[in-house]
Design a binder for this molecule. Structure first.
Ligand SMILES: [Zn+2]
Length: 238
């Protein structure tokens, strides 16, 4: 997680693209070990469930839908891009440009067959996320979200991420949450969510702090995920 940019969050509200950031490639191997220790889970706590999280479960999909998904994913920053490890900045201006950004994120998320997307993932360092946990349901939009309350009860489930294709790892999160945020017009909102919806929101809020599911999964699963990511990156580069 980068603290450097966070200190500057009050100075600018303009989006920053990854191109403006240092080009060093960051790897999960370089993460702060203390942070990972805190997220270690006891193996006997693991209860494999069906895949949840941001990315749709891989199944047979129509070639046209697959092509649209690939086109959308081309706009989603992938693991290794330093912006994914960067803390996003508070939104101060709620204008038409912001609402277009929300619209674009919603379309990309739908086309990518995702259930959530954070602005960071499309290269914009805004504290902004969208989600839709039921197909055909309303688009959830949270600007400047903060966790107001989280239940002590936690749950482990498998998550995927549009920025970490091929990766599915188990993540433990509170089951119930309350989030205060603003809508696309800057009006204050309070969202209460449970289960899958709460998980998606927390996953996206993590992105705004530069935290990925790899930072929240047990070490053994993280290692396997890193291996599969490297193989995937080699295949994509070749
Ligand atoms: Zn994600």
């Amino acid at each position: 997680m980068s603290e450097t940019l966070d200190k500057r969050k009050d100075e600018a509200s303009a989006p920053v693209t990854a191109d403006q950031l240092e080009a060093d490639q960051l790897e999960a191997d370089q993460l702060d070990p203390d942070q990972l220790e805190a997220d270690q889970l006891e193996p006997d706590q693991l209860e494999p469930e069906e895949a949840q999280g941001e990315a749709a479960t891989e199944s047979k999909i129509d070639p046209e839908i697959a092509a649209r998904r690939d086109a959308a994913l081309a706009h989603v920053r992938q693991f290794g891009d330093p912006i994914l490890k960067t803390k996003a900045r508070q939104i101060k201006v709620f204008d038409e440009a912001l609402r277009s950004e929300v619209e674009r994120m919603g379309s990309l998320m739908d086309d990518a067959l995702g259930v959530g997307l954070a602005a960071t993932q499309v290269g914009v360092l805004h504290r902004l996320l969208v989600y839709r946990v039921q197909s055909g349901g309303p688009l959830g939009v949270l600007a400047n979200p903060t966790l107001a309350w989280a239940s002590r009860e936690e749950e482990i489930a498998e998550e995927g991420c549009l920025s970490l294709q091929t990766v599915h790892v188990e993540v433990e999160r509170p089951v119930h949450i309350r989030v205060s945020a603003q809508d696309a017009h800057g009006e204050p909102i309070l969202v209460e969510a449970s289960g899958f919806e709460a998980r998606v929101i927390q996953h996206e809020m993590d992105h705004l702090d530069g935290v990925l599911i790899l930072d929240r999964t047990p070490r053994d699963q993280r290692k396997a995920a890193m291996r599969s990511l490297r193989e995937w990156q080699l295949r994509s580069d070749g």
